[in-house]
Ligand binder design. Structure first.
Ligand code: 6GU
Length: 256
């Protein structure tokens, strides 16, 4: 999977070199390319923002640097090595713009994005990006554009959100997570929150591991974990329960 990130703070994305995502890059499973938007601002001060039409607080990102950056991404100079390589992979990236006004980022959406050969993230700062950039990307460059939000709060820019989204997506790309079984039982994989987990010692500071987990009866353990998942979801995320019930998985326990 190829991932391009356009940002005025390339250093913000440095953690993508670490841990599982860094290893996946070295293993050739991920190809992450971070680009400095200011390289595409051609005035003396490399300006990327300006005051909003209609007035109001803050600044808006200018369309010209964004268009130049997206042009370079989608239609690299003809005959270049990049043009040849990307033409064989996938013609255009899916363009993701992180922002609090976006569609919610979920595990299901992460799984869909993990099947894509090429994603591009456009990190806005300030009050946002001139609206015409979205139209240009869709209408003139033919990109699918998705504004995506991590949740109902406001970050200063898209960079931290990209770190979170890339981690959630990349770990679903086959081979990135060594033990694929660990993807099956985690939170949100069946619409419920994950059950509590324990390790040695069996007794610690007067607190014992639930005895059922020590018994080796895998049927009883699975039933216990299902109950704890439902209990925890009821307590912390009751909004998830209608969708989880529709999967049919926990319905036996809900009735009993
Ligand atoms: Cl994806 N971006 C920004 N800038 N703020 C956010 C967000 C994303 N999700 C929640 N708040």
């Amino acid at each position: 999977m190829r991932i391009d990130v356009l940002t005025i703070f390339p250093q913000y994305l440095a953690p993508l070199e670490l841990s599982l995502i860094g290893k996946a890059q070295r293993d050739g499973l991920l190809d992450v390319r971070v680009h400095d938007l200011r390289e595409f601002a051609h005035d003396r001060h490399r300006t990327v923002d300006d005051t909003p039409y209609g007035g109001g607080a803050g600044m808006v990102m200018k369309p010209e640097p964004w268009a130049a950056a997206l042009d370079a991404l989608v239609a690299p100079a003809k005959g270049s090595a990049v043009a040849v390589a990307s033409a064989s992979a996938s013609a255009t990236p899916l363009l993701i713009v992180p922002g609090p006004a976006g569609r919610p980022f979920t595990q299901a959406f992460a799984a869909e994005l993990a099947t894509r050969p090429w994603l591009a993230f456009a990190c806005g700062r300030y009050e946002g990006i001139d609206e015409r950039v979205y139209e240009y990307a869709a209408d003139d460059l033919g990109l699918r554009v998705e504004v995506v939000s991590l949740g109902d709060y406001v970050l200063n820019g898209g960079e931290v959100a990209v770190l979170a989204m890339v981690e959630a997506i990349a770990r679903l790309v086959p081979g990135v997570v060594g033990n694929a079984e660990s993807l099956v039982e985690e939170s949100h994989s069946d619409g419920l929150l994950e059950y509590p987990v324990y390790t040695k010692p069996a007794s610690w500071r007067g607190r014992d591991v639930p005895p059922v987990l020590l018994g080796g009866d895998h049927g009883r353990i699975a039933a216990w974990r299902r109950e704890r998942s439902i209990e925890r979801t009821v307590a912390r995320r009751p909004d998830l329960l209608p969708a989880a019930a529709l999967t049919g998985l926990p319905s036996d326990d809900v009735e009993g």
